[in-house]
Design a binder for this molecule. Sequence first.
Ligand SMILES: Cc1ncc(COP(=O)(O)O)c(C=O)c1O
Length: 443
Amino acid sequence: MFDSYWMPFTANRQFKHSPKTLTTAKGIYYQSSDGKKILDGISGLWCCNLGHARPEIADAVNKQILNLDYATAFQVGNEPAFKLANKLVELSNTSSATNHLKNVFFCNSGSEAVDTALKIALAYHKANGEPQRTILIGREKGYHGVGFGGMSVGGLENNKKQFLPLLSNVDHLPHLLDIEKNSFSKGMPKFGLDKLEYLEILVQKHGADKIAAVIVEPFSGSAGVIIPPLGYLEKLREITRKHGILLIFDEVISGFGRVGNLFAAQRWNVQPDMITMAKGLTNGVIPMGAVMIANYIHHKLMHGDQKYIELFHGYTYSGHPVASAAALACLDIYQKENLFTKAIELENYWQEQLHSLKDLPNVIDIRNIGLAGAIEFKPPHQDLSTLYAYNIFTNCFNNGLLVRHTGDIIALSPPLVINKSEIDLLISILKQALIFQACNIVD
Ligand SMILES: Cc1ncc(COP(=O)(O)O)c(C=O)c1O
């Protein structure tokens, strides 16, 4: 049964040696193929913020398929896509950080959203009379998906090394992980603002008028929940604005309630020129991504003879009516159940529970923000690197908890509908897995 499927971002041979499969899901629990109930500690993969099997989404999808299952978005429109774009703009309008984002471009994933935003940045500068602005700046340890654009601005070397060479018009800011100075910080750490000085060095190196855009995740999710220091995002905005450089926030993970607002930009009141999103937009039920774009960027591109296409970009499934219907149903649930702000309400409790694991063996850092967190380990032997967190992941899975392991890190992002006693359960399964792994090594 397992032979044909080449699984993504997976050690396929290791998986097929001891397969783990999920068969059903409801609320915050999965069921595995051997009948175990498994608490979803990572919202699927940072996407099922509303919990699983929500009937409201299922009904909306079902209704939409029977009504209009597909329509091209090239030169023909469909109602749900227009409604969804309006709804996203309406929701963004409530904050001064995002009330300038007046247009939405739809795609199917976070990777496509990132490549779309990078292309819009380049097209904007050309339309704005600055065609020489072509340099794109990302950040070390950043993850922006797997397209060639996103991979290039991304900063995870393992994701790039098999596919070199990538885009050459790219540079990177230093990453923000500093376990020596910031270990066990609660929320935003104190140290690291000085790392932004490197942006001025990059400006000197390339020339301010050559840089098109800086793209960052408000906090790095895939690299293991790396949170920027206090004041970093504000300062980043200040420097980019000073030099006429566009700022793109990749909110594929940080959006849709993960840090207590629709977007992380709103929490820290920073105005990006574009926001990329996916995942929580449709609760992971139907693939969909989007870019929200500042009115002045859109305006610049709506020029020239009206019969010509303004942006030669789009996907067969852009503004898919069924995905749009799913997203509209999701946004209704976020609003009705006050889930955009739920992570703020639970943040302190989540933080204290997570940091209660601080003194367990081999734990060298715990990081948290909103309803996200990570635990980093220093395995006692070099040859246990990666395997240490993998063993914890396996132990958790066998005992009823799904976590994400990456390198020597366990990452967590439970659904926003989790309650305090379920957080307790999550932490207790994780704690016994950490103790078991530590004891196993000592033995
Ligand atoms: C910040 C960020 N950008 C982009 C992506 C890529 O999204 P997708 O896997 O939907 O292409 C991810 C995926 O985790 C992400 O975390």
